[in-house]
Design a protein around this ligand. Structure first.
Ligand code: IMP
Ligand code: MG
Length: 182
């Protein structure tokens, strides 16, 4: 059974809802980039689950690359401090690049990342994010594909962690207060 079920306060988005939404997003991306090939850039670690499922509903020639940046550490508040821990292996010049994100919270992480990637002169640069927290983006961001807008609560599951746990939950949920201490 679900090893983390006792820690979850409520399920915000079910596994079925996530899968249906990613299928829709994949179809849209397939239409928008018809006749082109795409480089998916995943932001580790959170995006690896979204990337795996989203990519399988994109019917285009795809290449994958990953970047690791840190903004949070184990805490649950954005620090605004972003560091590149692992850079891309691909040259982005003249490539169609789609950045895949798990969640856009303050937007600070993504803003930093997009500025950095734009400097490498891709042919196009867009973002697909599974989740966006509403009303709290500190920076203007143009997100081409967004799965769900969610309230400003800390969530886990489907790639998202608290202190490196809960990434393997197939749904998105909030934690019981007691789970933050365990
Ligand atoms: P931002 O810079 O505030 O947009 O934060 C972006 C990163 O913080 C995300 O890619 C996540 O790794 C992490 N993050 C933001 N909100 C949450 C959350 O509710 N749960 C888990 N991680 C989060
Ligand atoms: Mg995290």
């Amino acid at each position: 059974m679900d090893a983390y079920a006792d820690d979850i306060e409520k399920v915000l988005i079910t596994a079925e809802e996530i899968q249906a939404k990613l299928a829709e997003m994949g179809e849209q991306i397939t239409r928008d980039y018809e006749g082109r090939k795409l480089l998916l850039v995943g932001v580790l670690k959170g995006a690896f689950v979204v990337m795996a499922d989203l990519s399988r509903s994109i019917r285009l020639p795809l290449e994958f690359d990953f970047m690791a940046i840190s903004s949070y550490g184990a805490a649950t508040k954005t620090s605004g401090v972003v560091r590149i821990l692992k850079d891309l292996e691909h040259d982005l010049k003249d490539r169609d690049v789609l950045v895949v994100e798990d969640i856009v919270d303050s937007g600070l992480t993504l803003k930093y990342l997009l500025k950095n990637l734009a400097g490498r002169k891709p042919a196009s640069l867009e973002v697909a994010a599974l989740l966006r927290k509403v009303g709290i983006q500190q920076v203007e961001l143009d997100l081409r594909y967004v799965g769900f807008d969610i309230p400003n609560e800390f969530v886990v599951g489907y790639g998202l962690d608290f202190a490196e746990r809960y990434r393997n939950l197939p749904y998105i949920g909030t934690l019981k207060p007691a789970a933050y201490g365990s």
